[in-house]
Ligand binder design. Structure first.
Ligand code: ADP
Ligand code: ZN
Ligand code: ZN
Length: 743
């Protein structure tokens, strides 16, 4: 081991589920000045090799020095995780109680996790030497050699290996000129160039008064940390406000990060950014392959990407000149990661902005109760745009009481009448049903048997087109039985409505009208979605039918009627956010329709027309609903009033997870008593999860509430350390979920 580095200990984070760092000596050939936090390093760990991240360079060992092994290979010259990203991820690992090694690993694109180099692909170029420049081609023997020398004399900056291959120069020809010292080769990184010229490709729209007011206010806070919630009805022109604010930051040579929900990044949105700005707009989402993602990441890190638009993981990409973060549809549940490192991209983006001392803009037509609460507390600024950009009113919701009405395949007579009226006027209609497949279950009329999933506490969905029963929770599939497996009867019938069934029904009732179905089964990839939607965008009369895939990102200006077949799905959910989600979904769906000249009508079929929350939503709108819902959460002490965390556990056998959580609860209670936190912390449960068995595992939860975040956070840290010291029974999986999105 070189003397210069022998005293140095690297503190390395590894992708293992342990809450600690690991000590290594630097690799033998590496000197101290080559080492920096944020570099990737290959190490031996047990009998495996792992890729870790250097977190600190220290002269203190945490184990006996003779137990420390040298690391194998240093993979980077420059850190892949900048100091500011490391700081953010340290914070996140601690806040979400997740092992730092997994957090850091998660933040890297897959290609970098696999050890690929963190630079753009390199290209081999061939160029003349000085001697080659002064040599006459005719002095060479062989016509190919002469031609090659001539070629390169014409192009003094050199030609790429590929270009020479295309011109059919063999490696023999190249080698022989190289041997004579006439040409030489070198490699160069293929860095994309940022476009030159004017920033704008098109003149921006002139803003209406409410947009101008919003922009002016935002421009007053264009420096330093602040959070602004821009609450604007769909079509009020929020995107136009983002674009003009972004323009201002681009002019200052800053980078801008735009976060969008999982399926919110439609080609329409992307096109608007690319049409507006003559800059490098880079996207990052889960549909891209590993190479494309690495490329996007590099462009961001090198400052070549001026705008980065991406889904939640884009939040962790290094952006050296980051000046603004915009989070579109900030209420969207897909910003929360649902497994592994369970972070919330909106919340973490706000932390990033605070650390970088830059502004954040949150946009939504249906803000989350968290953000509205932060507005009420004075932590966020609030801007509202209540009118559509063309000054027409946003569509109103009308409840249609179907309690005592006969339904035809799920449709009431008045709803069918409205659909007919709009179609006859040459308009488009959108039918929303958030349930794919033909019917949510198959039932035996003789003995009451129901098709249930063997692996979950759930029914199998009947899919008619693929002729299968499918469990939507574990993807388990089975053939559709001809006879009841329980009594042998042939009287099997589908119960309830799915999109496939509604499609059949609508095609029967309106045989001359095209019915376009959009759901996970009919759409494979963005491209196909756009193709399916083509006639809709062209404005032809049609019925557009689909699930929540329709509720995000898209505008359908020619749709004048939105029909919501079943408004009751979220009304009695066990999840305390069920009502909020339902309201957001209904308002978002409603907002897809209409434009200035065609305001649009929205009809909700419901069996609970007198439900107070539904009534508030329909009669007074989302804001009134949200205020009421906030008050009722306050009464029962739920988030956002009180921070909350869950300890989740699951096991292959029943009762084990529940028993383990009971023992943890006991340990927590003892600790709470010892700390005198009886008032600060409340525990609830453990309880079985609302669908206890899922994918062959029995799941349970323990709820933790804290009137003070500090104590709750401290308790969670203690809890993770406690579990690490007192490991659960074999095969039990556990995780902490801070600020859980589904409970
Ligand atoms: P939001 O993001 O709030 O849903 P958009 O920014 O997408 O709204 O605007 C809705 C529609 O109104 C778009 O077609 C957009 O081009 C148009 N629009 C927005 N602002 C203006 C404006 N100031 N003048 C004219 N049209 C506008
Ligand atoms: Zn039966
Ligand atoms: Zn299942």
């Amino acid at each position: 081991m070189p003397a210069a580095t022998s005293a140095i200990i690297l503190k390395v984070a590894l992708p293992v589920p342990l809450f600690r760092l690991f000590d290594y000596y630097p690799p033998d050939s590496v000197t101290a000045d080559e080492l920096q936090p944020g570099q990737r390093i290959q190490v031996n760990f047990g009998h495996r090799q792992l890729l870790g991240i250097i977190v600190a360079i220290s002269d203190e060992a945490s184990i006996a020095r003779d137990k420390i092994r040298p690391a194998l290979t240093l993979l980077d010259r420059e850190p892949v995780l900048s100091a500011s990203i490391l700081k953010l991820l340290h914070w996140a690992a601690s806040y979400y109680c997740h092992p730092l090694g997994e957090v850091l690993y998660h933040a890297l694109p897959v290609a970098l996790r696999q050890g690929k180099p963190a630079h753009f692909p390199t290209q081999t170029l061939w160029q003349l030497t000085e001697l080659g420049g002064s040599t006459r081609p005719s002095s060479l023997t062989g016509s190919r050699q002469q031609q090659l020398l001539e070629e390169l004399q014409r192009v003094p900056q050199g030609l790429s290996q590929e270009a020479l291959r295309t011109l059919e120069y063999s490696s023999q020809t190249l080698n022989s000129l190289q041997k004579r010292g006439l040409i030489h080769s070198f490699s160069r990184e293929q860095r994309p160039l940022a476009p030159h010229g004017n920033l704008l490709n098109e003149v921006h729209l002139s803003l209406n008064a409410q947009q101008q007011n919003a922009l002016d206010t935002l421009l007053q806070r264009d420096q330093g940390f602040s959070v602004t919630l821009l609450e604007g009805v769909t079509g009020s022109g929020k995107t136009e406000v983002y674009l003009q604010l972004i323009e201002h930051h681009l002019l200052q040579k800053q980078q801008v990060l735009v976060l969008v929900p999982e399926i919110g990044l439609t080609p329409q949105t992307l096109r608007r950014f690319k049409h507006r700005f003559n800059v490098n707009v880079v996207i990052l989402h889960s549909g891209m392959n590993d190479n494309e993602r690495l490329h996007a990441w590099l462009e961001a890190r090198e400052g070549i990407a001026q705008i980065l638009i991406g889904t939640r993981s884009a939040l962790m990409v290094p952006l050296p000149r980051l000046g603004l973060i915009v989070i579109d549809e900030e209420h969207d549940a897909s910003f929360k990661q649902h497994e592994g490192f369970r972070y919330h991209a909106r919340d973490l983006a706000i932390v990033r902005a605070k650390q970088a001392d830059i502004p954040v803009l949150l946009g939504s037509a249906t803000p989350s109760l968290e953000s509205l609460h932060n507005v009420e507390r004075g932590s966020y600024y609030h801007l509202r745009m209540l009118q559509r950009a063309g000054n027409a009113e946003a569509p109103r919701l009308h409840c249609l009481d179907i309690r005592n009405r006969p339904l035809t395949q799920g449709f009431s007579a008045p709803l069918l009448e409205s659909i007919r009226r709009h179609i006859e006027q040459g308009q488009q209609v959108m039918v929303f049903l958030n349930r794919r497949g033909f019917a949510p279950t198959l039932h035996c009329a003789d003995c009451g048997w129901l098709a249930e999933c063997a692996s979950c506490d759930a029914r199998m969905t009947l899919h008619k087109q693929s002729r299968r029963l499918v469990c939507h929770h574990c993807e388990h599939q089975a053939a559709i039985p001809l006879h009841c497996p329980s009594c042998g009867s042939a009287a099997l019938e589908p119960i309830g409505q799915g999109t496939e069934r509604s499609e059949d029904a609508l095609s029967d009732i309106f045989p001359d009208v095209p019915v376009i179905r959009i759901d996970r089964d009919s759409v494979r990839g963005k491209q196909r979605m756009e193709t399916l939607l083509d006639p809709v965008h062209k404005g032809h009369p049609c019925i557009l039918l689909g699930t929540q895939m329709l509720a995000k990102g898209h505008h359908f200006p020619d749709v004048t009627l939105v029909a919501i077949i079943d408004a009751d799905q979220g009304l009695f959910s066990a999840d305390f956010r069920g009502m909020e989600r339902m309201a957001q979904l209904l308002v978002q769906v409603a907002g897809r329709a209409g434009r200035a000249q065609k305001p649009g009508e929205v009809i909700l079929q419901t069996e609970h027309a007198d439900h107070p929350m539904l009534a508030t939503l329909c009669e007074q709108g989302y804001d009134a609903f949200a205020r009421e819902e906030l008050r009722s959460r306050q009464h029962v002490g739920l988030p956002p009033w009180q921070p909350m965390a869950l300890l989740r556990a699951d096991h292959r056998r029943p009762a084990i997870a529940l028993e383990w959580l009971s023992s943890i609860r006991q340990a927590l209670q003892d600790y709470i008593l010892q700390q005198h936190w009886g008032h600060e912390i409340q525990l609830a449960g453990p309880l079985p999860a609302s669908m206890e068995k899922r994918h062959d595992r029995y799941r349970a939860l323990l709820h933790l509430y804290g009137s003070q975040r500090r104590e709750l956070h401290h308790l969670l840290q203690w809890l993770c350390a406690f579990i690490e010291l007192n490991p659960p029974p074999g095969d039990l999986r556990w995780s902490v979920d801070v600020d859980p999105a589904d409970t």
